[in-house]
Design a protein around this ligand. Structure first.
Ligand code: ADP
Ligand code: MG
Length: 214
């Protein structure tokens, strides 16, 4: 079973893994109050244990510019998801600020032979088409986390070229170590964990989407 946002967030917090600011909105008329203190543009997405791939059902809206757009998006997201999954248990709509940077993937699963493993790669086509990933058995040391970020082909892209700034590797490597700890301690409890994407820039690494399967 997939955890809802709040459950996943709590489990991650137990391993000192922080998610960016987020608000779960259950009714359209709560939006104004819940979005106080949020900076536009926002991203809004469905929170339901029954929806594994949110974009596939038009359950994600990126680049919401103001409260009016947020209200429209709220209604549309619920409509889109209910159309595809009439019986889905919907917890609400998660609102986040838009993160900027390069998209990474950090994953964990239980390998049938080797037990818990941690995976690192670039997001999008890099992982799907090019299979450019590094893998280690969990738990991992900081040294192993550094090897993981350095050995993928996409390393040069993350490091930046032509004057572009490097992503904050320390933030990513520390996240990898924490995910390794979680996977090794929670084996038998967590079957699969997907942080996809983690959005990294020169300052930090923000974990904007989490999928945990128990
Ligand atoms: P899913 O993987 O279930 O389709 P995501 O939450 O990963 O849903 O959203 C889909 C895509 O939208 C992400 O891969 C990312 O490109 C973008 N996205 C989602 N949340 C944010 C955010 N807070 N900031 C920037 N981009 C985001
Ligand atoms: Mg995702």
């Amino acid at each position: 079973m997939q955890l809802e946002y709040g459950q996943a967030k709590r489990l991650l917090e137990g391993y000192k893994i922080k998610m960016p600011k987020g608000a779960i909105v259950k009714k359209e008329n709560e939006l104004e109050r819940k979005l106080k203190g949020f900076k536009f543009p926002l991203v809004m997405k469905i929170d339901s244990r029954d929806v594994i791939h949110k974009s596939d059902v038009k359950g994600v809206r990126v680049g919401i510019q103001n409260l009016g757009e947020a209200k429209k998006a709220f209604v549309e997201i619920l409509k889109n998801v209910r159309k595809k999954f009439p019986r889905a248990k919907i917890n609400g709509v998660l609102c986040q600020e838009l993160a900027k940077g390069k998209e990474l993937i950090i994953g964990g699963k239980i390998d049938a032979q080797f037990g818990p493993i941690v995976l690192f790669g670039l997001g999008g086509v890099f992982v799907e088409l090019l299979k450019d990933v590094s893998i280690r058995l969990a738990p991992i040391t900081l040294k192993e986390a550094k090897e993981m970020t350095h050995e993928i082909k996409g390393y040069a892209y993350l490091k930046g070229f032509r004057g572009e700034r490097s992503i904050n590797f320390k933030a990513v490597e520390s996240l990898l170590v924490k995910v390794g700890n979680l996977m090794s301690k929670e084996k038998g409890n967590v079957k699969e964990l997907d942080l996809n994407p983690v959005i990294a820039n020169d300052k930090n690494a923000e974990l904007v989407d989490v999928r945990i399967i128990k």
